[in-house]
Write a protein that binds this ligand. Sequence first.
Ligand code: ADP
Length: 430
Amino acid sequence: MHVEGLAVTYPIPDDEEQRVQQVEAYLDALDPPLGEPFTDMTGLASAVCDADAGTLSFVLSDRLRFEATVGMNLDDVPREEGFCTYALMEPDEIMVVEDAREDDRFKEWSFVRTDPGLRFYAGAPLLTSGGHVLGTICVHGASPQDLDAEQKEIMDRLRRIAANKIEVHRRTRQLQDAREDLEEVAEELERSNEDLANFAHVVSHEFKDPIMQVVGNLDLLEMTIEDALDEEAREHLEEVKAGMKRLTRLIEDMLAYAKVGRGLDDVEPVDMQALLEDVEKELEPQIVESDATVQLEELPPVEADAAMIRRVFKNLLSNALKYRDEEPPTVRISGEPEDGTARFIVEDNGIGIPEDDQDALFEPFQRGANAAGREGTGVGLALARRIVERHDGEMGVESTQGEGSTFWFTLPHATHAPSEDTPPGDPFTA
Ligand code: ADP
């Protein structure tokens, strides 16, 4: 296509719009310019072709921009005065102009007509991976000249190497940009997670005091007016007290959940045996009341925040006692090292969990249909999994309804022996 118009008197390729977009995108990626490798390739082209000079140019919408020049100094030139403008019309060819004075396209150009002027030109188009021409690697001379097959072959190789270099540079830049964006997003996410965790912590804390106050006053009120209460009023009062108790537990659980979001405290080797014995002691009333048998096997030490791990076992063991079937509960707690981690199992013979419910129950405030009539807030499992994940571990459950449940989780295996210290108290309720 050759456009003869008021402003445009040079050929324009069919893909001009996309081509120019690509040129601009590649030039963005080449800022700062590649420099030395381009100059080396241009110099090589010029030497191989016995030419006076060489350039590596990008053809923009209105001008040629030189990324490298050898043997001459050139600023940008208007597109209508560039040989490369013509070379990009045949993307797969090396355009050779033996003597520009004899070519109708160029013979009127001022720098062709003057003496000494420009006579010889050979330009090899630089193609993008999408097949658009960015510009050329080209050579020039003041005397007429041709290229032999070998020189053309080398020019062809050089243009491929240059295009490849440009492509690699652009992709590297894109990757760097994407990585920077990703890092920014990750930082932002961490900041907002921390904000959220801090907010939840403050809110739960603010709720706790007034609720405790109401509970205390309720007890006082009950003592004061006990004799004056009839059966119905007494029942209402009991309901209010039960509601307040539930609210207190909910706030405590939320506080604990928010606390995990704020990070781990002391990560150190933990003696799991001692920790479990301590949890068992704390749940002694429920164990006795349900006539349960707790089988505690030898457990591997872990590298963890002991207070949090204590909470995980406490939640799992108390659930195993709570979601019991008709027969007295038997709970087996075991663990073993596995691929650099320690894998723990809490297995019960309780009511089990329907398969469809199993994943959802790890979300906060989700209670199963099997929980009807049993106290709880629906936060225990979510909290346990969150703690495990904070330690880079995983947690899951396998269960058959009516036969029992097996909760499992992994934690980092301790590389050195735990200290003799007694396990720390529960940070969530302390
Ligand atoms: P909560 O016990 O307060 O309801 P959890 O988050 O600890 O909350 O447990 C979520 C749900 O998972 C429970 O409501 C119950 O439906 C189910 N669940 C948890 N542990 C067991 C278990 N050992 N056996 C059967 N169901 C369980």
